[in-house]
Design a protein around this ligand. Structure first.
Ligand code: ARG
Length: 583
């Protein structure tokens, strides 16, 4: 559906023309004085300079042309603003259009386009920690937003599965169990199907090996060689690698599932590896890749750079590929496989420079097209409630799973204490509320900003929180359930100012989603639903719904709150959580 601002701007432009002025002055904006009007046009102020007359004179002439059934008010005010309110019939028709159109009539601006969202950032064999929370939550939501707006989307976890951590695990395993067949270069048999370690052993082996590398140069060297040999395809190491992948991925799946975060592609750095040699040759042939101090680099500095942008390193002096190399090779692969219009990367903002270098290299080197959109969504840090970096009691990094279970325990105790649901529904209801608390607590902040994790505040049922939004949805659901069949009821004229306010708020869905998409800011969706939930609750408090005796009036109330509920539910789905039946 056409956005209201566009509809009324067209009418305003026509009114400017009808009054003898240039139509271009007729652009309408949302009012910055909602106490006075809903929309406004400031065009007469600029027009006055050109037509050399008083702005109010133009505003009056235009306002006169604009009277009609779409506006309940169209008023020229000093010094020359035109204030507008939509008429009740306009609001009703517009909302009825939203109610009956697919996806509320939101324009599919991404239709025909494809976007790959690279998020999550998980590294194989290392447990997910709280640093992985934000990229998972923000990435999932941006992916869902793109889908809703019409893009074909792929979420790709881009696993860290090819680096030194693999060599470290192999080297440490060899120290502990040197007789395993994987280490025998002459072994020609089948490798065992069972891994020589469990998940919890694996989670202990990596940190041990990583610590050892720091003060044991010989061990570090062994790990580097093992990494190199793995990447060269040594069969025994590849078999260990397969074990690590299988065990680690099963665990990653489990935790991401609990977060309601789902990837369409579970590709990793290892999958990009085969694309590296040809890419390097191509970049050399085009003259982009040059040797500098033994390393192969791609200079990406540009005239006018405000800070120094160092060259992008493609191969270290020992010939090894690094993080940037795999990211570029991954782009080669993605362009070949999917030819996306857009690639989005959600990581910590401290990786800004890396992506700046990689994006420049990709464009200059012709790895992506000139018009391929490459965006890094760099997020800030989640700190503890005291604003300091989040640490466990013994100073370690908190596991993501632990954070989730702390939140779940806290919410469960509330659910049980307040006897919210029957015993058999406690877990499901708890999980939904906990996820809403965690995700909304994160997403309601601008991605780039740091924020403080505050379990109690995030889980509160009042205030600007996920549970408050859920509570609003659940409240509407319960009214609808008590009312009966509500699905087909049409929207009617607003019966009171609260209904009008709520209707106006619902019409802003499309603009809110478009701004969120344009600026890659899920926080704008949070702000929108917080306002919408407020409008619903205000309406509910001021209006007798179930006890209303005028049945026609009541139908209108019901269809209005049902639409509000559907919009809220769609928005939280885009944010990545769902509402329980009861709260
Ligand atoms: N595994 C990386 C890390 O731990 C994040 C990967 C992000 N995605 C990418 N294409 N570089 O920092």
């Amino acid at each position: 559906m056409e956005k209201i601002l566009d509809i009324i701007s067209k009418k305003m432009e026509q009114a400017f023309a009808d009054a003898g002025y240039d139509a271009a002055y007729g652009r309408v904006t949302v009012s910055n004085r909602p106490d006075l009007c809903q929309y406004q046009c400031n065009g007469a102020l600029s027009a006055a300079k050109v037509y050399k007359c008083a702005p109010i004179q133009i505003a009056n002439a235009v306002a006169e042309k604009l009277q009609g059934e779409d506006f309940s008010m169209c008023q020229a005010v000093m010094p020359g603003f035109i204030n507008l309110n939509l008429s009740d019939s306009f609001l009703r028709d517009y909302l009825e259009g939203m109610r009956t159109a697919p996806d509320f009539g939101v324009e599919k601006v991404g239709s025909g386009k494809m976007a790959i969202v690279d998020y999550g950032g998980a590294n194989v064999a290392k447990p997910l920690h709280i640093g992985h929370l934000r990229p998972a939550i923000i990435g999932e939501s941006l992916k869902r937003l793109h889908s809703f707006m019409g893009y074909e989307t792929i979420g790709d976890i881009h696993l860290g599965d090819w680096g030194l951590q693999m060599g470290l695990i192999i080297a440490e395993l060899q120290v502990r169990q040197p007789d395993l067949c994987y280490f025998d270069p002459d072994y020609t048999g089948e490798y065992p199907a069972e891994a020589p370690f469990t998940l919890s052993e694996l989670e202990e082996i990596y940190p041990t090996a990583s610590a050892k590398k720091k003060d044991d140069a010989e061990f570090a060297e062994k790990a580097h060689i093992a990494t190199y040999e793995l990447q060269q395809g040594r069969a025994g190491y590849r078999a260990i690698w397969n074990h690590i992948m299988r065990i680690s991925l099963a665990d990653l799946h489990r935790i991401y599932d609990a977060l309601d975060v789902h990837f369409e592609a579970w590709l990793g750095e290892s999958d990009a590896d085969p694309y590296i040699p040809a890419m390097i040759e191509d970049l050399k042939a085009k003259g982009h890749a040059v040797y500098s101090e033994g390393a192969l680099v791609f200079p990406v500095a540009e005239e006018g750079d405000k800070k120094e942008i160092p060259p992008c390193i493609l191969l270290k002096s020992d010939g090894a590929a690094i993080y940037a190399t795999t990211d570029l090779a991954t782009m080669v692969q993605r362009m070949q496989d999917h030819n996306p219009d857009k690639m989005l990367y959600v990581t910590d903002k401290r990786q800004n420079l890396h992506f700046e270098q990689v994006f420049r290299a990709a464009k200059k080197g012709g790895i992506v097209k000139e018009e391929t959109v490459l965006e890094h969504v760099g997020h800030g840090t989640m700190n503890g409630a005291d604003g300091k970096p989040f640490k466990t009691r013994d100073g370690g990094v908190l596991r993501l799973e632990q954070l989730l279970s702390d939140m779940t325990d806290f919410v469960r105790s509330k659910v049980v204490e307040n006897k919210i649901v029957a015993a058999e529904e406690v877990e499901d209801t708890t999980a939904k509320i906990a996820l809403a608390a965690l995700k909304y607590g994160d997403l309601s902040n601008q991605p780039t900003k740091d924020y403080n994790f505050d379990l109690e505040r995030f889980a509160a049922f009042e205030g600007n929180t996920g549970p408050y939004i859920l509570y609003t949805i659940v409240r509407i659901k319960s009214i609808l359930a008590r009312y009966g069949a509500w699905e087909e009821l049409p929207i009617t004229l607003p019966a009171n100012p609260y209904a009008q306010e709520l209707m106006l708020c619902i019409t802003k869905l499309g603009p809110a989603l478009e701004s969120a998409l344009r600026t890659l800011s899920p926080n704008l969706i949070c702000a929108y639903i917080y306002e919408l939930a407020g409008a619903v609750n205000k309406f509910y408090h001021e209006t007798r719904i179930l006890t209303e005796e005028d049945k026609e009036l009541q139908k209108g109330y019901i269809s209005l709150i049902a639409l509000a509920k559907n919009v809220l539910e769609k928005c939280i789905d885009i944010l990545g959580f769902t509402a329980p039946e009861k709260m």
